[in-house]
Design a protein around this ligand. Structure first.
Ligand code: ACM
Length: 692
């Protein structure tokens, strides 16, 4: 059985045998394959012919080290150069918004060249070149090709929340390595929150001393992060979330809160009352010191002030704040927040910074130099662009919510039907994936960021028309392996987590079964995990089965494809039967497993998996004949309703396909056009709750 599971897993997860040119992610703007290949052997080396930017040479060294690990070849420095890298001018050492990232890469059987207007383009070209290393039985090679490439959007970011769960230096660095590999160019560094003040202040050290449990970045470390990012062509935009999400400030400075009293670091998740007092001059005095200090520390012209989810009750309940609002003609909390932002704007302007904030900062008072980060919907981004504001999209890129890659991938900051003039459209600068950290630790964060963020990176870099989901998933599997070679642990972290979870008496078969089930199930999506685990907070270990499970299960996706191919494309149902048989066997073994109390506590999940597989196995042989009756169908659908309940925040993502299988067995297809039959299957299989 174990051998069979392994063979099946291998078959389902092996990477399709495509040329490395067809595996590129993000897809370049223009790729022309040419016959032939440039051999990569021990004589292979690269010559830097551009001047004035040591970053390119460092990037070449990193690439050759990784190629060395993969090929087993020791690349020598003194060999005859086969790749020439040239650029017209060095890019500024600290990356800037809108700099030219274009490049041309040409590979012939006798050599290769990279040409770029500036050295940042050379860095992007190297990210492409690295992905092109290919092999056949004759050895390693680069496929001959002509590539001309440039990004669609200038702002391609990832927001990293290092506050709710502390994420130390090694997480930040390996995340930057992954970003560079897929040509992302902005690290949005979310460093203050209710749950932690994660950056050293020299003007007000009490802020980090009392607000961080000792987990914060020193300014020296921040400079190290900025340098590490810049070395990879990545900007660092810091966020100080104001005036809400600010409990950790108030631990040391309760006097600037909107309600008097003592404050403690928040441990729970949610939207909380503590809010800075916008009517108190002490608030601005502190912010003037702190933001001035941060403006000097972070070289990027943008400084993110948060601005999201101001809870508002402290403002409503304070007689002094209400009196201030009346006196200043401020009619709503939104007006008061705009007043606050205008004061912050003065501080930023004085320090030469441009404001960016979440879409709540959009207000008639907001100066047009500010930029909007839309998290609540693309509409606010479009509205901002119409009003003259620049902006970036994050709505639809919330990777913390564990949605499938496809959803993020198809989410476009500038969809073809958007009602904007060219001038307005040019204000949409790109987007950012957001890694909020309620449910991630350094051990699990990679599996929430990667590989899905690579698909978002492609949406932001590649031409709009690049949207084929099958092709994206195929290339994402390749990219995922490359990302692990960079030091990311989205796959390699799972086995040790499961060993710890299973306990010392777990057998290899137990571990194999747990691995299979963890590869099938997914964490619940959206904000459901908090409802499933209402008592979890910052102090709760995130070492459960759900933490080993990952979003967008490739195994479940493959089964869904097998089912839909059998139902709608005339393929055999046999692969479905084989898959469900294996999954049921693993679930059945785990149902009676008592290797650890934690495994035993997951029995309801294993029960559900087994029962769903059993229903699928009962339905499968009847798919052709369609002779099950409606009463049977209703009974199975009703059981599947129950089985769709998550257990401990884990759910079975392929269950809707089993519903289609069940419905298909009771709908004879003779005399009905296939498209109509499919429509009926889909309509009847959709649960009532999902139709509303
Ligand atoms: C946010 O998700 N509150 C920006």
């Amino acid at each position: 059985m174990i051998a069979r599971i392994s063979a099946l897993l291998l078959a389902m997860t092996s990477i399709a045998n495509a040329s490395s040119l067809e595996n590129l992610m993000p897809v370049p703007a223009n790729v022309k394959p040419v016959d032939g290949a440039l051999p990569v052997n021990a004589d292979f080396t690269i010559a830097i012919e551009g001047t004035g930017d040591p970053r390119v040479s460092a990037a070449v060294d990193r690439m050759l080290a990784r190629w060395g690990a993969r090929t087993g070849l020791a690349f020598r420095k003194d060999a005859k150069p086969l790749v020439a890298i040239r650029w017209n001018q060095p890019a500024p050492p600290i990356p800037t918004l809108g700099e030219d990232e274009s490049y041309a890469l040409e590979i012939t059987p006798t050599g290769a060249s990279i040409d770029a207007p500036n050295s940042t383009g050379a860095l992007r070209a190297l990210a492409t070149l690295e992905q092109l290393l290919d092999a056949n039985t004759d050895g390693w090679f680069l496929p001959a090709a002509k590539i001309e490439d440039a990004p669609r959007f200038p702002w391609r970011g990832l927001m990293l929340d290092v506050c709710r769960h502390w994420q130390p230096m090694e997480v930040v660095k390996r995340t930057l390595d992954g970003m560079a590999a897929v040509k992302m160019n902005v690290l949005h560094f979310h460093v203050t929150e209710d749950q932690g003040f994660r950056i050293e202040s020299k003007t007000h050290p009490e802020l980090h001393e009392q607000g961080s449990d000792g987990n914060f970045f020193t300014q020296e470390e921040v400079r190290e992060i900025i340098a590490y990012a810049a070395e990879r062509g990545i900007r660092v935009v810091p966020e100080f979330d104001l005036p809400g999400h600010a409990t950790s400030w108030l631990v040391s400075h309760p006097e600037i809160g909107s309600k008097s009293g003592n404050y403690a670091i928040e441990r729970r998740w949610g939207i909380f009352e503590p809010t800075l007092d916008p009517t108190n001059e002490q608030t601005y005095a502190l912010l003037d010191d702190f933001l001035g200090e941060m403006a000097a520390l972070f070289p990027d012209p943008f400084l993110h002030i948060g601005g999201d989810e101001v809870e508002g009750s402290q403002w409503k309940e304070s007689a002094a704040i209400q009196a201030f609002m009346r006196e200043h003609g401020l009619e709503s909390n939104a007006d008061l927040q705009a007043h606050f932002n205008s004061r912050i704007q003065q501080i930023l302007a004085k320090n030469g910074k441009r404001m960016i904030g979440w879409d709540e900062i959009l207000h008639p008072e907001l100066p047009k130099t500010a930029a909007i980060q839309s998290w609540r919907g693309i509409d606010s981004l479009v509205a901002a662009a119409k009003q003259g504001y620049s902006g970036i999209l994050s709505n639809g890129y919330y990777i913390d919510l564990c949605h499938p890659t496809a959803d993020h991938y198809l989410n476009d900051p500038l969809p073809p039907d958007v009602d904007l003039t060219d001038e307005e459209a040019a204000r949409i600068l790109g987007g950012e994936a957001t890694m909020w950290a309620e449910w991630v630790t350094p051990e699990t964060i990679d599996s929430r960021i990667w590989p899905r963020t690579a698909a978002i990176a492609e949406r932001l870099w590649s031409p709009r028309e690049v949207r084929d989901l099958d092709d994206m998933h195929r290339r994402l599997a390749v990219t995922s392996r490359r990302l692990e070679e960079l030091g990311l642990s989205h796959v390699s972290s799972i086995a040790p987590m499961l060993r710890r979870f299973a306990g010392d008496s777990a057998t290899p078969a137990d571990l194999q079964n747990l691995r299979l089930v963890s590869d099938i199930v997914e964490p619940v999506k959206g904000y459901r995990r908090g409802k499933q685990q209402p008592h979890a907070n910052q102090l709760t270990p995130l070492t459960g089965f759900v933490d080993a499970a990952r979003p967008d299960s490739a195994l479940s996706r493959a089964l869904v494809r097998q089912i839909d191919d059998a139902l709608f494309s005339g393929r055999s149902i046999q692969p479905v039967v084989e898959t469900l048989t294996l999954w049921k066997a693993a679930a059945d073994a785990l149902r009676i497993n008592d290797s650890s109390p934690r495994v035993a506590a997951m029995k309801p999940l294993f029960d559900r998996l087994s029962e769903v597989c059993a229903i699928g196995l009962e339905a499968a042989p009847e798919v052709e004949s369609g002779t099950k009756d409606a009463a049977w169908r209703q009974a199975q659908l009703s059981t599947l309703d129950t089985l769709s309940e998550p257990h401990d925040a884990c759910e079975l993502p392929f269950l809707p396909a089993i519903r289609r299988l069940v419905v298909a067995t009771s709908l004879p297809r003779q005399d009905i056009p296939p498209a109509q039959w499919r429509e009926q299957v889909e309509a009847l299989s959709t649960p009532a709750a999902a139709k509303r």
